[in-house]
Ligand binder design. Structure first.
Ligand SMILES: C[S@@+](CC[C@H](N)C(=O)[O-])C[C@H]1O[C@@H](n2cnc3c(N)ncnc32)[C@H](O)[C@@H]1O
Length: 289
């Protein structure tokens, strides 16, 4: 087994075991109604230093709406709403943690912008999120992958502490030493992963540039990774470079001696932007077929 995968699974196992230690040391009994299953893992709070690094990796800013799935004692939501003029929402199945989180938000005077609710992660409406934070076991990450990919708006930033999606490659990762975590996971280290939800661009597009309407862009998509070609007057030119970050798309093709560099903004069924050909900058436009 690959060492990285082994460590990943080991962290998951240790995180499951440490529940007993954390809850008994805090003399706090979990209050989980019987209809819920704690399938995302036990309550283990993210240390403050790690919360700060998560918010900075997600480039959290004023105006964001942050959702923490499995919010525990509310540390991520409350830190974000204290530092930034944003709205934030946390869900957890532990009634006592939710009660304490709402009380803390009230005491800090941020309860107009912050709400915690007893809710299962899978029943949570994610459509308004611009940032999602996670500290959940690998099995839950695997189950959540397609929900987050399909339900979140393009451009939404997802940051996860220690665990990653098995199929969706992250766009950034940081890791650093943090001695306080030794007693939580047995490893004095934190791993953070960032994903930016891509627009869904798979399919055929009619492309117009340089007063030529007879172009077709044919795109395949695997999360943010694109492949395909641009048909110009029936001739195929494979994409030699592509990038999809939220709604921002870039791709390049070679036509004769020229490199055509397209950049644009995806708005549902349309894309518009600029095409760089040598020193020439041209507008281009695409409509999904
Ligand atoms: C590791 S803690 C993370 C707490 C917090 N997000 C943080 O990083 O400090 C995971 C939390 O997820 C909650 N949880 C587990 N399964 C859940 C589910 N299906 N729906 C909602 N919350 C869940 C647990 O009760 C626990 O508080």
């Amino acid at each position: 087994m690959h060492i990285y995968k082994f460590l990943y699974l080991l962290f998951g196992t240790l995180l499951s075991f440490c529940y007993v230690e954390v809850s008994s040391s805090a003399e706090r009994q979990p209050v989980v109604p019987p209809e819920y299953e704690r399938d995302g893992g036990p309550y283990v709070p993210t240390p403050n230093i790690v919360v700060d690094r998560m918010l900075s990796l997600a480039q959290v800013r004023a105006g964001d709406h942050l959702i923490d799935l499995g919010s525990g004692d509310g540390v991520i939501v409350i830190t974000a709403a204290t530092k930034y003029e944003l709205t934030a929402y946390g869900v957890d199945i532990d009634e006592e943690l939710i009660r304490l989180s709402n009380l803390r938000a009230k005491n800090l005077g941020i309860n107009q912008r912050v709400l915690f609710e007893v809710k299962d992660i899978f029943k949570t409406d994610l459509s308004k999120a611009s940032v999602v934070t996670l500290y959940l076991l690998p099995e839950m990450m695997e189950r959540l992958e397609s929900k987050l990919y399909s339900e979140l708006q393009p451009g939404t930033r997802i940051v996860s502490h220690d665990y990653f999606f098995p199929n969706w490659k992250h766009s950034a990762q940081v890791d650093f030493s943090i001695p306080e975590k030794e007693f939580i996971s047995g490893v004095p280290h934190a791993y953070l992963y960032l994903w930016v939800v891509p627009a869904k661009v798979v399919g055929n597009w009619a492309v117009q540039f340089n007063s030529n309407n007879h172009n077709r862009l044919r795109l395949s998509q695997n999360f943010q990774n694109l492949s395909g070609d641009l048909l110009i007057d029936g001739q195929s030119h494979p994409l030699i470079y592509s990038q999809l970050m939220g709604n921002q798309i870039k791709f390049e093709v070679v036509v004769g001696a020229d490199r055509l560099q397209f950049s644009g903004n995806v708005e549902g069924e349309k894309i518009s932007g600029e095409l760089l050909r040598g020193n020439l900058v041209l507008p281009w436009f695409a409509q999904r077929q």
